[in-house]
Design a protein around this ligand. Structure first.
Ligand SMILES: [Mg+2]
Length: 249
């Protein structure tokens, strides 16, 4: 397989402790993620970040890595060579109103905080200054919540502490998988020339659009049966997935 593109999540995948590119899951210094990025650069393989983070954050992270495409806010937005495409269905920013404001106007964020009080709260301080998703933390049954939502969905973006998960409330159409598919089409990358790496259920959905999907070892064990799991955690697992794929393993 001639690898053309790697789609990777940031937190819990490419980044280690403290969201550092140069730390493994335990906080030890590691160059493996950087080595993997170097290997991609030498082989002419594009690396596309796909994250739940805000646009400004993912833009800077992509720039640090010398990349011109990135996916932000759980696939709500895709940037290719400076051009932004919103993948938010009917929730399109207009007349100075952001998707975040449009979602607020549905009343859904208020309803969630009220009906799941004690189980869901704002993921402070990261819930501020957002363009798209309303960000929460806590512990809820996502399927149950989503059955009550219309035109929106709550995405479980993984565990951030013992039993506590981060959740993004996004337009129902937004997903990392849809954004990856859109990027592949724009670049004319065949699925078998692409891989993806991640640690969450939302990442795992990308498996259906790419040639091979890798879960890093620190991913929730309940997901392990559904994809190739690397031996290494975080960025070390990313290195394994990338280098193995480049060697055509
Ligand atoms: Mg993650």
């Amino acid at each position: 397989m001639a690898l053309r593109c790697v789609y990777t999540d940031l937190d819990g995948t490419l980044l280690g402790k403290g969201a550092s590119l140069f730390r493994d899951g335990e906080g030890e210094f590691t160059l493996l993620p950087a080595r993997a990025l170097e290997a991609c650069h030498r082989a002419g393989v594009e690396v596309v970040l796909k994250s739940g983070r805000r646009r400004a954050q993912v833009m800077e992270d992509a720039r640090l890595m010398g990349q011109s495409s990135y996916i932000f806010e759980v696939g709500s937005g895709l940037v290719i060579d400076g051009e932004t495409t919103w993948l938010t269905g009917a929730f399109l920013p207009s007349e100075g109103r952001t998707v975040h404001q449009l979602i607020a106007e549905t009343g859904a964020p208020e309803m969630l905080l009220r009906d799941y009080a004690g189980r869901l709260e704002h993921h402070s301080p990261w819930h501020l200054d957002r363009e798209v998703s309303h960000l929460f933390r806590g512990s809820v049954e996502v399927g149950e919540v989503n059955a009550r939502l219309e035109g929106l969905r709550l995405v479980d973006n993984g565990e951030i502490g013992a039993g506590t998960h981060a959740y993004h409330l996004v337009p129902a159409e937004s997903s990392k998988a849809a954004a990856v598919e859109r990027h592949m089409r724009a670049r004319a990358y065949p699925p078998e020339h692409c891989i993806a790496v991640g640690d969450s259920r939302e990442d795992l959905e990308v498996a259906r659009c790419v040639g091979e999907f890798f879960l890093v070892a620190n991913a929730d064990p309940s997901l392990h049966g559904e994809a190739t799991v690397t031996e290494g955690s975080h960025g070390d697992g990313f290195y394994e997935a990338v280098v193995g794929s480049l060697m055509g393993r």
